[in-house]
Design a protein around this ligand. Structure first.
Ligand SMILES: Cc1cc2nc3c(=O)[nH]c(=O)nc-3n(C[C@H](O)[C@H](O)[C@H](O)COP(=O)(O)O)c2cc1C
Length: 352
C-alpha cells in the first residue's frame, strides 16, 4: 500500500462511500481499534484516537437495551470528543435494530457498524452476533432495515466471523448480500464462531470475502503489531488491520502501526513518567465517565494490562505487594500514587 494510492479510495467505488464520510475521514492505511465490550469505552477510545488510531469503535450496544433506555447502552453510546464516532449495534430483529441504529445516529454516531461476529452465548442464544451467520436471510433483513432507518450520509459497516463453523464458512456470501444492500465496509475476524478464540486466526481464509466484494475490507484476529498487520493484510488483500486484545495496556499500538504502514516517523511508546501520567489520566477519565464505584472496578483490568504490557515489552520489574495494592485499592489518590511509583520511579531506578 503506498501513500500515493490510498487503499480506501482505490478499492471503494465512490458511490458506495455514503456521503463521503468514510472517504473523507479515512486516509491512507488506516488502522482500526476493535470493538471490545468492557474495554473500548469512551476513555479508552479517546486515548487510542489521540495517540493516532484512525478508527475506534464503541463496545457493542445491544439494540434491545438501547431502545428500552438501558443505562449501560447509553453509556456505551458516548462519543464526545472523537473525530469519527463509530457505534456498533447488535440486534436480532430488523425493526428494533433499525430503531436502535437511528437512535445512535441521533445521539451523534457518524458510522453504524453491525455486529454479526460476537460468539457470546448470551448474544447468540438471542440469535444476534455471529448466530446471524446461520440465518443469512435474517441478517440481510437487518441490514436492509438499518440502512433504511439511518441517513444516506451515515455509512453502514458490518463485522463478522468466517462463518459459524469450518464447514459453513459463508462470510463471502453474507458480505456480498450485505454490500448489495448498502454496507460500505466489511470487517472479518479470521475465526469461525465455534472456535471462539481458540487456535490462530486464519487470515488467508478471508480472501474469498475480498473476491466477493469491492468495498474496503478490514482484517482482524491476532494482529499485534506492524509485521502481523502486513502479513494479515497480504494474506487476504485487506485494506486495513483491526487490532483488539494487543491494544489492551498499549493504547498507542494502533497509532504506531498506522504510522509504520504509512511510512511516517515512529513515535517512542510512552514509558517511565510519560506512561505513568497516561495511566493516571486513563484511570481518572474512567472514574469520571462511569462514576467512582463502577469506574474503579472497570479500571482495574486496564491497570493490570498496563502492568503486563510494561513487563512484557519493557522489562518493568514490579514488586508483588505494589501490584496487589494497585489492583485492590479503591482510593483514587492511592492509585495515582502507586502508578507513579511503579511506572516512573521503577523505570528511572533501572535507568540510573
Ligand atoms: C473482551 C472482548 C470483548 C469483545 N467485544 C466485542 C464487541 O463488543 N463487538 C465485537 O464485534 N467484537 C467484540 N470482540 C471481538 C474483537 O472485536 C475481535 O474481533 C477479537 O478480539 C479478535 O481480535 P484480536 O485478536 O485483535 O483481539 C471482543 C473481544 C474481546 C477480547
Amino acid at each position: 500500500m503506498s501513500i500515493e494510492t490510498p487503499p480506501f479510495l482505490a478499492v471503494a467505488p465512490a458511490a458506495r462511500l455514503g456521503g463521503g464520510v468514510l472517504r473523507g475521514r479515512l486516509g491512507a492505511s488506516p488502522v482500526f481499534l476493535a470493538p471490545m465490550s468492557g474495554v473500548t469505552d469512551l476513555p479508552f477510545r479517546r486515548i487510542a484516537a489521540r495517540l493516532g488510531c484512525d478508527v475506534v469503535v464503541t463496545e457493542m450496544v445491544a439494540s434491545g437495551e438501547l431502545t428500552t433506555g438501558g443505562v449501560d447502552a447509553t453509556v456505551r453510546l458516548a462519543g464526545e470528543g472523537l473525530g469519527l464516532h463509530v457505534v456498533q449495534i447488535a440486534g436480532r430483529e430488523p425493526e428494533p435494530t433499525a430503531r436502535a441504529a437511528a437512535m445512535a445516529v441521533d445521539a451523534g454516531a457518524d458510522v453504524i457498524d453491525l455486529n454479526m461476529g460476537c460468539p457470546a452465548k448470551r448474544v447468540c442464544n438471542g440469535l444476534s452476533g455471529s448466530a446471524l451467520m446461520r440465518d443469512l436471510d435474517l441478517a440481510v433483513a437487518i441490514v436492509v432495515a438499518v440502512r433504511a432507518a439511518i441517513p444516506d450520509s451515515v455509512p453502514l459497516t458490518l463485522k463478522m466471523r468466517l462463518g459459524w463453523s469450518r464447514e459453513t464458512m459463508n462470510a463471502p456470501e453474507l458480505a456480498r448480500r450485505a454490500v448489495a444492500e448498502g454496507v460500505e465496509l466489511v470487517t472479518v475476524h479470521g475465526r469461525t464462531r465455534d472456535q471462539f478464540y481458540d487456535g490462530a486466526a486464519d487470515w488467508a481464509a478471508i480472501r474469498p470475502v475480498r473476491e466477493a466484494v469491492d468495498v474496503p475490507l478490514v482484517v482482524n484476529g491476532d494482529i499485534d503489531g506492524v509485521a502481523t498487520s502486513r502479513a494479515a493484510m497480504a494474506a487476504c488483500d485487506a485494506d486495513a488491520p483491526m487490532i483488539g486484545r494487543a491494544a489492551c495496556g498499549r493504547p498507542w499500538l494502533p497509532g504506531d502501526v498506522g504510522r509504520a504502514l504509512r511510512g511516517a516517523a515512529a513515535i517512542e511508546p510512552p514509558r517511565g513518567t510519560a506512561l505513568a501520567e497516561l495511566v493516571v489520566e486513563h484511570h481518572e477519565a474512567m472514574l469520571a465517565h462511569h462514576g467512582i464505584r463502577v469506574g474503579t472496578m472497570a479500571a482495574r483490568k486496564h491497570l493490570a494490562w498496563y502492568l503486563d504490557a510494561a513487563i512484557a515489552d519493557d522489562g518493568l520489574v514490579v514488586d508483588e505487594a505494589a501490584r496487589r495494592s494497585l489492583l485492590t485499592t479503591s482510593d483514587p489518590h492511592r492509585v495515582a500514587e502507586l502508578v507513579r511509583r511503579i511506572f516512573s520511579d521503577e523505570a528511572e531506578r533501572r535507568a540510573a
